[in-house]
Each structure stands twice: as C-alpha cells, then as structure tokens.
Design a protein around this ligand. Sequence first.
Ligand SMILES: [Zn+2]
Length: 388
Amino acid sequence: MLAAPARVVVSRCCAASLPADSKRRAEWQVGASCLSTMAASSPEEESPVGRMGAGPVSLSEWQGWGTSSTVPSLVTEVIEDLRTLERDLDANMSFGGLGGKLRGPLKVPEDKKRRTLYQSLTDSEQKLQYFTAWQIAHRLIGCRGYLCQRCWLPKEDCMCSRVVPCSLWNGIRFWLYMHPKDFLRQNNTGKLLWQLFGIQSSVLCLFGIHEHEEIMWDAFRSSGKKMVWFLYPNKSATPKSVQDIIFENSYTCPKGQIMDSNDLPLNFVLIDGTWSNSAAMYRRLKDQWATLWGEEEPPCISLSTLNVSVMHKLRPQPSWDRTCTAAAAAGLLSELHHLHPELCLHGFDKQATFVENALEALLDALTKRRLRMGRSITRKERKMVSSR
Ligand SMILES: [Zn+2]
C-alpha cells in the first residue's frame, strides 16, 4: 500500500555497507532529481492518449521485454498501489502524451501519495530503489499493448523483421546496465544487443532494481574480478584499452570456438544511460565493486577507435554522449578482433557488423516514424517549430 513505506530490498552488496560519503552522494543524486523528474520525458517517447493499465504484470509479460529475471517485487508493489488507487477512486488508469505519463483523475492523487511515501523513506538506498521501481512500473503499464516487446518501438513501426539474430561467442557476455529512464525508450540502443545475441549473452541489468543487480554481482562473484571489465572512460585511473585485457589459454584454443561449459565468460559491462546519468551509474558500480573486492577503482577500458554513432544522424540525439551503447559494443567487438589476433576464430568482426546493421535499421525506423508523423528530423527545425 502506498500509505505505508514500501518494502525495499537492499542489495547485500550495496547500500548497507556503503561508505558514508557514498550514501550522502546517493541521497543527493536521488533527492535532487526524484521528485521533480520522476515523470520526465524524452522527446522520442510519445504515446497515444487514453490507454488503460488494466491488470498486474505477469512473469511472461515482464520477461517479454528482454529479461529472464523474476518480476521485481517493488515494481509489483507500485503497480498494486496504482490498482488500489484505481479501485478507491473508481477511475481508470490512463497514460499518454509525451513520456507516456499517468493522466486523468488519478494523476493528482497518485502524485500526492508518491511524494508522501518518498519523503517517508529515510534511507538513500530505499529512495533510489523506489525511484527506479516507480519509473519501471509506470513505463510497463504505460507502454502495454503499444510498444513491440522486442524492439520497443510502437507496433506499427516494429523493426524486428530487419534484425538478423546471430550468435555471440560464448566466451564473452555483455551486461547492459540500464538507467530506468532508458527502459522501454524507443531510441535506446542497448536493447539491440539482446535482440541480436539473445538475453543470455546480453543481459539487461536495471540500475536500482535489486533482483537484476543481485544476478549481475552474483555472476561477477562467481567468475572472479579478473573476468569483469567496465566500458567506461574513467578519468581518475590509469586508462586501459582493449589491448590490456588478458585472455586465458582456453580463449585462444585453436580447436574450436565453443568454450567448455565449465569455463565462465568474460564479462563486459556497458553503461546504458544518458551521459549525465552514466556518472551516477558508474559511481554505484564503483561502490559495489569496492564493497565486494575492497578495491577503489573497477577495471575500466576505453575504446581507441570509436566513431561517432550512426544514431547521431537522428535528431534529437539519443544522448549527449558521443556515442550510443550499441555502437560502443560494436567498437569493442571490432577492437577485440583487431587488437587480439589470437581471438580471430571467434568472429567478433562479423558480430560487430551485425550490431552496426541493427543500428542502421533502428535509425531508419525512427526516422521514418518521425517523418510519417510530420515531425522534424533536425534539431534546428525543431527549435523553429517550438518557438512559433
Ligand atoms: Zn518489434
């Protein structure tokens, strides 16, 4: 119930043992943004007015969006609270307009209850988890029946037929560490990776969702710290490149491309959020890394050959970052192929091309949609339109 503080699950590897300054930082990040931007929208996220929320989110519906986890318990609670409000006020949930926000008679009372609940939470970790669950729950209900579950585009613009799945060599695994504001966002590019490689090779991990973060950190704990790399330009540590990654002998075995099932994959974490959100996401990863292994800085690599993403042809741009997540993955695969000749058997160059092709298809689908809906596709035109 919204009236009582929500049950918040605190990951064993995060808040409970965070250093005090990290807690304060998290509090500030969440406090500064949560109340004012919980329903913030992206210009790309429009949806028709008047769709209804209806029932709870089932396991198959949840997993259909690209994850194999259980439905996060806090997300279920937020949705249940919405349904309770619906019953109490005898009004239907309705989402629409920019950002697919809650509209209609439930909007004001829900806003009031949310603020009361949020302010009742005293722990910064609880606030973060609630913030994430709230965003995810609203996006799940708001996009239901409207977006294609696989490509996250409106069903009439579905691009799934243009994405050709391919196998990622099982010696590596991507983790898409995604900000909740990017979840179900049409111009998100991280989703392309599991469309191509499958949800076991490209795993979605939502920032602040306990169930997801626990799966990811459990995997890291099992594989060991030498098997985890973060693709992030960490300015405070000595820069490392793809060349610095050391591969064990089993990775370069000339006998075949398939690793032994007992061998654990090398994990690459891709931070999937806007540039401004990615700093906070990295800090959380860094704090969790320090808690688990007592080291200040997680191993970060930067790409040396990264080009500006094809997505930047699209206006508005998906983020202010110089590239997008899928382009970073393609760059990583390409560098693995070119900088580690001993790995050439694994076809990383071909897998990089598949990612680039999927990005082109997404750009195409988004551009066609904007044109069809009479929207401008350049930033300049958008400004002119909005100033009229
Ligand atoms: Zn689709």
